[in-house]
Design a protein around this ligand. Structure first.
Ligand SMILES: C[S@@+](CC[C@H](N)C(=O)[O-])C[C@H]1O[C@@H](n2cnc3c(N)ncnc32)[C@H](O)[C@@H]1O
Ligand SMILES: [Zn+2]
Length: 281
């Protein structure tokens, strides 16, 4: 709920404190942001929307695929790494439907006390509708990762970033000293079996050096884990997996379906991820 996280937020226009006032977030200088019926709030002034937002079709595919449970091992690995940090405030930058944020919060809720709160930031309001109800103590906020976050400095004890854009200076500012950043990226072999048949984008070979160049000045790496999940997918599951990814921006679902029809079912596909843990410099 937004009132769980309002105290962590600042007004995106003037930087003042904000509080929930009825169905809106309002700052002490009177800037007001309506809370959507679905429970998220759009704090982007002018509602700016770069083209990188997941489309409604991509969000629906992502929700459908994640519901199959095939990526549960990734959620579990993330939750295990997150639990070590014992966070009270978890911010997920590019949270999507909130699947991983909810898994992390759920894993931490078994401890005594009210449990941690989650802030889900994403630029796709479609995704945020789902993130807002992914777990009880999530506040979902429409925001562009490339703009200064409407979040107090040092408010977060853990930042999650799962296949989403990274703003290292802002991650550093909103993370408290001693906090933890966990970044999940696709490994080089990720979904290799689907690249040719579904014209998927290949994983950028420079990914690791780009990650180090962006985060290095602000964060030191403390741990890295590789996770490989051997999947056996039905054709609809494979289609959802393709439709939720970055290739969906440039592939035709009908062509993908024709390609998939020529492949065995179930289809063996390997998902491969790198999970990297950082601490602020
Ligand atoms: C590949 S999805 C990953 C979503 C989620 N982390 C997950 O793994 O299920 C990338 C997410 O980043 C969001 N996104 C893309 N550009 C963004 C931006 N500039 N600011 C905030 N979110 C952005 C998309 O809307 C999408 O939800
Ligand atoms: Zn204000």
């Amino acid at each position: 709920m937004l009132d769980d996280v309002a105290g962590l937020l600042i007004c995106p226009v003037c930087g003042a404190d904000v509080a929930l006032a009825g169905a809106a977030l309002r700052c002490t200088n009177g800037h007001t942001f309506d809370v959507a019926r679905q429970g998220y709030v759009n704090l982007m002034p002018g509602g700016a929307r770069p083209g990188t937002a997941d489309t409604p079709d991509m969000v629906a595919a992502r929700a459908a695929f994640l519901e199959t449970g095939h990526y549960h091992p990734l959620a579990a690995a993330l939750a295990a790494l997150a639990s070590v940090a014992e966070p009270d405030v978890v911010l997920d930058a590019g949270a999507g439907t909130g699947y991983y944020l909810a898994a992390v919060l759920d894993a931490l809720r078994s401890r005594p006390g009210p449990g941690p709160v989650g802030v889900a930031l994403d630029i796709s309001s479609r995704a945020l509708r789902r993130a807002a109800r992914a777990a009880p103590r999530i506040g979902a906020i429409a925001w562009d990762t490339w703009q200064p976050f409407p979040v107090r400095s040092g408010a977060a004890s853990l930042i999650l970033n799962v296949f989403a854009p990274r703003n290292a200076p802002e991650f550093h500012r909103v993370l408290r000293p001693g906090g933890t950043l966990i970044v999940v990226t696709p490994a080089e072999s990720h979904l290799a079996e689907l690249i040719a048949p579904a014209a998927l984008l290949t994983v950028d070979e420079q990914k690791d050096s780009r990650l180090a160049a962006t985060l290095g000045p602000y964060f030191s790496q403390s741990e890295r884990r590789s996770l490989t999940i051997p999947l056996r997918l039905t054709h609809p599951e494979a289609a959802a997996l393709i439709a939720m990814g970055p290739s969906a921006h440039h592939t035709d679902p009908a062509a993908t379906a024709r390609h998939l029809a020529t492949l065995p079912s179930p289809l063996p596909v390997t998902a491969a991820f790198d999970l990297t843990v950082y601490h602020p410099r």
